[in-house]
Design a protein around this ligand. Structure first.
Ligand SMILES: [Zn+2]
Length: 195
């Protein structure tokens, strides 16, 4: 099993994910971003791979080969990487390590993530996922198809500036995907690809 099986990390993975979620083609940030020059596709926000999430919920090993820790949300900022919503106060959740990259290499960061302990619906909506709309700023990093940070792309970005940031980054052909991380803790939140 891939320890960090998020879909996709490579361009060829995009069609695979979309094939699994044929109804999500319209996911994105709205028509504004889709019509602007140099940006002809709306971005897609990817939940963590559903097979990996199911395995973790079943007690399987995380990126450090350990079962997830069990906790209860206090309602304060515990973003589930499956439904891309914060875990509700009082709801059981899992805390585990994740490495959202296909390969093991110097750029393949591993860090903590939260998941609803019980089944939730993997994000397949349109517009901004709830975990994004609920936060003021993020760390953005753009990666090449071989999972290397594209030099100079890492920066703290305010939520209202995300659309412009995505547009600028996806206008660069060497950018294969963008990772959105916590601006304060560097935790991986979600991956974004061209639509
Ligand atoms: Zn969830």
């Amino acid at each position: 099993m891939k320890p960090s099986a998020i879909d996709p990390t490579k361009p060829e993975g995009v069609s695979h994910v979309n094939a699994q979620h044929p109804g999500r083609g319209g996911a994105g940030l709205g028509e504004r971003s889709g019509k602007r020059k140099g940006y002809d596709m709306t971005p897609t926000f990817h939940p963590y791979d559903s097979d990996w999430v199911a395995a973790i919920r079943a007690g399987g090993p995380d990126a450090y080969d350990r079962p997830a820790e069990k906790a209860v949300s206090d309602g304060g900022g515990h973003p589930c990487r499956c439904c891309l919503s914060d875990v509700e106060k009082g709801a059981p959740m899992l805390v585990c390590s994740a490495r959202p990259f296909e390969g093991v290499h110097p750029y393949a960061e591993t860090g903590p993530v939260f998941l609803h302990a019980k089944d939730c619906n993997a994000w397949a909506g349109e517009g901004l996922p709830p975990i994004i709309a609920a936060r003021a700023e993020f760390l953005l990093k753009a990666y090449s198809a071989n999972e290397r940070i594209v030099e100079g792309t890492g920066r703290i970005t305010k939520t209202e500036d995300l659309t412009d940031a995505f547009e600028a980054l996806f206008a660069r052909p060497e950018v294969a995907f963008i990772d959105l991380r916590s601006a304060s803790n560097n935790c991986f939140l979600t991956r974004i690809t061209r639509g």
